[in-house]
Design a protein around this ligand. Structure first.
Ligand code: ZN
Ligand code: ZN
Ligand code: ZN
Length: 276
């Protein structure tokens, strides 16, 4: 399995759109991996996760064949993860599909994000954008991947979930946006005897942030790693990667990456690919 991080920032992007703070100025000055667009990832170049307003730029920059994508998972109904109006650009006259294109794109998620997609596309592209509601803790087969949504400790109004994604004996945990996982998740993961090959953890708070609810910082991520290993859900072969960063965390990529490498974490950047 391969994960490619297309965007690695929280809602405002980094530099943040209207911000003059020190962390944003530093990111602009240093450029490269310190520039982060809004969170989105793709698995094996075919299973898309989230659909922010930066999707267009991710498609251009990474040369993704977006017309061929037939499945998109949405984590929750926050605008940095779902900009539903852009699905309308798949409509007749805006998108000319060919024999290699997917006939339709199916968007998967919980009730609230799916409702937003239905609302945005019912008048413009209902034949080309389909939707399917996923239930927490029920595994769905999506284009050959076993996908299980679990509870997120994040805005309940956004109907937030994190995802377990499995295929060909490899297991990925995609955990954004969330604080320390709720008990229901531990019951599910331990009950199934899962062992993760790759764990992508929310690190919105950045280096040494204390908070553990809604989002996490490096302190909470270290706790999560220890807890996953202690529960037998991960081991020394599991890759842990921090992702979804905010300028409020302060430490740009150049600062946080070496510090967290010492503690056994990768730090995501836009365009990073990891095969496992
Ligand atoms: Zn977010
Ligand atoms: Zn800023
Ligand atoms: Zn969110």
């Amino acid at each position: 399995m391969k994960i490619r991080y297309l965007g690695t920032a929280a809602a405002e992007g980094w530099p943040a759109l209207f911000c003059t703070c020190k962390a944003c100025r530093l990111a602009r000055e240093k450029g490269g991996r310190n520039i982060r667009t809004r969170a989105q990832s793709i698995i094996d170049d075919r299973l898309l996760i989230d659909f922010s307003a930066d999707t267009y730029w991710h498609f251009v920059k990474n040369d993704i064949k977006m017309d061929e994508i037939s499945a998109c998972l949405i984590t929750h109904a926050h605008e940095d993860h779902l900009y539903a109006d852009d699905f309308c650009n798949r409509r007749v006259g805006f998108a000319y599909l060919d024999e290699g294109s997917a006939e339709y794109l199916t968007v998967y998620g919980t009730q609230k994000p799916v409702q937003q997609v239905v609302k945005a596309t019912s008048g413009c592209a209902p034949d080309r954008v389909h939707t399917r509601v996923l239930e927490r803790f029920k595994t769905a087969n999506i284009d050959g991947y076993d996908v299980t949504p679990m509870d997120a400790d994040h805005d309940p109004n956004a109907d937030s979930v994190i995802y377990i994604i499995e295929r060909d004996g490899k297991t990925l945990l995609y955990a954004h946006d969330t604080g320390i996982f709720p008990e229901s998740d531990w019951d599910h993961m331990i009950g199934r005897g899962i062992r993760f090959d790759f764990v992508s953890l929310d690190c919105t708070g950045g280096l040494y942030a204390q908070y553990e609810h809604g989002h996490m910082g490096t302190n909470a991520c270290e706790k999560m790693k220890a807890k996953l290993i202690a529960a037998g859900l991960a081991d020394e072969r599991t890759i842990f990667c921090l992702n979804h960063f905010s300028h409020n965390g302060g430490a740009i990529y150049d600062e946080i990456a070496p510090k967290m490498a010492e503690k056994g974490f990768m730090v995501s950047y836009d365009g990073m690919e990891v095969e496992f």
